[in-house]
Design a protein around this ligand. Structure first.
Ligand code: HEC
Length: 451
């Protein structure tokens, strides 16, 4: 009951302070502008300082209660508190001297007026900062560019999305900025220490801080999502948590509040994925192999081997480092493959259709490390033996074997090719049963086998 009354009186402080501010300014204005000071003017000025003192005294007492509730930072409150006290004291002294009929000369009057105004500005400034946040006025000036950081992540961290954790990288830095000044191991208001994951989960005097899977029953979540003017709203001073920060915390608790929950889990949740992309500038799309591959651009020198009628080629990317090559002659020889040696890292698509390709030459192609699409259709000399040689091609995702002589035996090799997504098997010697069995084992691979 007693503390409730004090809290109530404390909450009057922000209202009552405006009274002494007005009276002090008015009193000084009268003093400055009423040159001709007859007795009534003098009495008004004396009275002005008295009411400045009286209203200031109330404001200071209420302010003391407000400051004592622990909702403000000591460092922030001190200057405000003591300059306020000094101002009230000054008003009292001025009133007393005037009341006792001391005669002030002009320069003395001017210096006490200036001192009062300075104290008023200092007190008002630090008080305003506590209620409205730092830079409140500045941020609201027109034409001032506002820099608002959206994410605690650096550029580098953002690029390594797979090694980022929701708690450590998104939540902890925010709590550190907004809560830990009052909730740390030395000063734990409400008994809550948020310095470590464990102590935060454990909570404070009212019990558990975070209930796994239950955001709306977790005390920490509740206190940050109250209306801002709720007496239990956290943080009580300073800038509140933003929508994305609260949504991230909610999602994290909902998913089990694990210390090591990877950010990439947001891929499973359309809303969170969008939030990560837009608010945290994180790119959560799964990258294809080629998107992660960086190769230097090719010079015309490198491409010399591909000149002539046997090859058609084009670049697949703007950086001119990935090649799509098609062999157009009727028969291919070892020397034709050798000409591609120089650019074999850059050949990402290769078309060797209908050129009497043999198993032996096919095995040379397995040394093209970045090949993702290979077309060797209509080559009747290609058999299971040639396919076996492709086993090491870890990035091959599309393979066209239409019109070759492969049989069901090739499935053993094909099933082990980790990147394979699409397979053409028309007009080969594989059986329908073989295809069915393969599809059942590898549902991730699309098999196109004709009718
Ligand atoms: C300026 C100081 C200050 C800041 C900053 C602050 N708190 Fe508090 N917090 C307090 C005080 C004082 C109490 C105890 C009185 C109360 O429960 O309202 C408290 C109590 C709590 C409690 C209740 C603990 C219990 O078990 O009773 C929770 C939860 C809490 N704060 C969460 C937060 C979170 C989350 C943040 C950051 C977003 C935060 N606080 C920032 C001062 C602060």
């Amino acid at each position: 009951m007693r503390t409730e009354l004090l809290d109530f009186l404390g909450s009057l402080h922000p209202l009552v302070v405006h009274l002494p501010i007005g009276i002090i300014l008015l009193t000084i204005a009268i003093d400055v502008f009423m040159r001709n000071k007859n007795n009534s003017v003098k009495r008004v000025i004396t009275m002005g300082w008295f009411f400045s003192f009286l209203s200031g005294l109330f404001a200071a007492i209420f302010g003391w209660f407000l400051g004592d509730n622990g909702y403000y930072f000591e460092e922030q409150i001190n200057i405000h508190r003591w300059s306020g006290v000094a101002l009230v004291f000054l008003c009292f002294v001025i009133w007393l001297l005037l009341y006792l009929n001391f005669r002030f000369n002009r320069s003395f009057t001017r210096s006490i007026n200036i001192t009062a105004i300075i104290l008023l500005m200092v007190t008002g400034h630090f008080g305003g900062e506590m209620t409205h946040g730092q830079n409140y006025l500045f941020e609201n000036l027109p034409y001032v560019k506002k820099e608002i950081s959206v994410t605690p992540l650096t550029e580098v961290e953002r690029s390594e999305i797979d090694s980022l954790y929701v708690f450590e990288d998104l939540i902890y830095p925010v709590l550190e900025e907004k809560c830990m000044a009052c909730h740390n191991k030395n000063r734990a208001y409400g008994g809550l220490n948020m310095n470590t994951f464990e102590s935060m989960m454990e909570g404070g005097n009212s019990g558990v801080g975070i209930l796994k899977n239950k955001p709306y029953e977790s005390l920490i979540y509740k206190r940050i999502s109250f209306p801002h003017d709720h007496p239990k709203f956290m943080p009580p001073a300073g800038v509140p948590m933003s929508y994305d920060q609260i949504a991230t915390l909610e999602w994290w608790i909902d998913k089990g509040a694990k210390k090591l929950m990877p950010i990439s889990l947001a891929r499973k949740d359309a809303k969170m994925q969008r939030l990560m992309e837009i608010l945290y500038k994180l790119d959560l799309r799964e990258k294809s192999y080629l998107e992660t591959l960086k190769l230097p651009a090719l010079s015309s020198d490198d491409l010399n081997g591909l000149n002539g009628e046997k090859y058609i080629w084009r670049f697949l990317n703007a950086e001119e480092s990935f090649l799509d090559v098609k062999f157009t002659a009727k028969t291919i020889q070892k020397v034709d493959l050798l000409k591609m040696q120089k650019v074999k890292e850059n050949v990402t698509w290769l078309n060797l259709a209908d050129c009497m390709l043999s198993d032996e030459l096919l095995s040379d192609i397995s040394s093209f490390p970045n090949l993702t699409r290979l077309k060797i259709q209509k080559n009747p000399l290609v058999t299971d033996k040639g396919i076996k040689a492709l086993l090491g091609m870890e990035n091959l995702s599309e393979l066209n074997l239409y019109g070759t002589r492969v049989t069901d035996a090739a499935f053993t090799t094909l099933g082990q090719m980790t990147a394979l997504k699409k397979l053409f098997l028309w007009n080969t010697r594989v059986t329908a049963a073989g295809i069915e069995a393969f599809k059942a084992q590898h549902p991730e691979i699309e098999v196109i086998a004709g009718l």
